[in-house]
Design a protein around this ligand. Sequence first.
Ligand SMILES: Cc1cc2nc3c(=O)[nH]c(=O)nc-3n(C[C@H](O)[C@H](O)[C@H](O)COP(=O)(O)OP(=O)(O)OC[C@H]3O[C@@H](n4cnc5c(N)ncnc54)[C@H](O)[C@@H]3O)c2cc1C
Length: 280
Amino acid sequence: MNQIQENKSMENVFHPLQTKVLEVISETPTIKTLVLKPPREIPFKAGQFMQLTIAGIGEAPFTPSSSPYNLDTMEITILKAGHLTEAVHNLKAGDWVGLRGPFGRGYPMEKFAGKEILVVGGGVGLAPLRALLNALFHNLNKFKRVSIKYGARNPSELSFKNQYDEWKKLSNVDFECTVDRATADWKGKVGLVTELLENTGIDMNNAYAVSCGPEIMLKFVTLKLLSVGFKPEQIYLSMNRKMSCGMGICGRCNIGPYYLCKDGPDMNYAKIQQYPDVFG
Ligand SMILES: Cc1cc2nc3c(=O)[nH]c(=O)nc-3n(C[C@H](O)[C@H](O)[C@H](O)COP(=O)(O)OP(=O)(O)OC[C@H]3O[C@@H](n4cnc5c(N)ncnc54)[C@H](O)[C@@H]3O)c2cc1C
C-alpha cells in the first residue's frame, strides 16, 4: 500500500487542512511550540511528519512533538531557521496554518517492545523525539527502560525544561542533559551529547538507540553508539533532509534507493550505512 492509499481519509493529499493556532509557547529564544486545533483528528504514529503551510509563504515538513495518543490538539515545535520558520515564529493564537499528512513510516514501536530504548536528542531534535517519548510513556510497562540523553548549545537553548523532572519521576526512565557552553549559573554537565553515551549501563544485546538532531551530531552519535557496542541494525536516525512532496514523488530526499519522506524519516542505520551521503 502506498502513502497516498494509506492517507485515504484525506480527500486530496495536496490539500492542507485549515488549522487554528490555539497557543504559541516560547521554548527557547529560537524555538517555539505551536498548539494547533485541527478541524478533525489527525491520527499519526510517533516519528511521522506533517507538511505545515503558511498561506503566501510556503510549506515545510515538521514532526509533531505531542502524543499520538492525544489527538484533540497537535503540537509542533519549530526552530527559527529561515523564511517559513520565521513566519511561524510570528504566528499568534487565533491565526491559521495548513496541515497535510501524516507522512513517513514512524518508529517501529512493536520492535521496541521489551527493549531498553536510548533516546538521543540534539537541539530542536528533542521535539520530534518528544512524540516518541510520549508514546513510550503511554505504555511504559512494555519497555525495559527508557534513557534520554539530550544536548543543546547552551542552557537557554534546552527545550521542554519544565518536563525533565516529570520524566525523571517515571519508573524505568532516566534523563540526562548537557550543554556545549555553560553560563555562570549552569550547574549541570558541560560537553557534547556523545559524552553522555559512555557508561550508560545499557544491555547492548537488548536495546535500540534512536537519535534526532543536526546531521553532524547524528554522525558522531552513530560513531559513538557503534564504539560502545550498538550494532547498525539497533540504531534509528531521524534523517531530516530537505523534502518537498512528502510522498516519494519529487525525488529530493533520497539516500541511495530510499526516499526519506516515505521510507523514513527514521531510518535504520544498517540499511543506509553503505551510502556515502548519509550524513549530508
Ligand atoms: C521529516 C522532517 C521533520 C522535521 N521536523 C522538524 C521539527 O519538528 N522541528 C523543526 O524545527 N524542524 C524540523 N524539520 C526541519 C524543517 O523542515 C526546516 O527547518 C524548515 O524546512 C526550514 O524552512 P525555512 O523556510 O524556515 O528555511 P529555509 O529558508 O528554507 O532555509 C534556512 C536554512 O535551513 C536549511 N534547511 C532548510 N531545510 C532544512 C532541513 N530539512 N534540514 C536541514 N537544514 C535545512 C537551509 O539549507 C538554510 O540554510 C524537519 C525536517 C524534516 C525533513
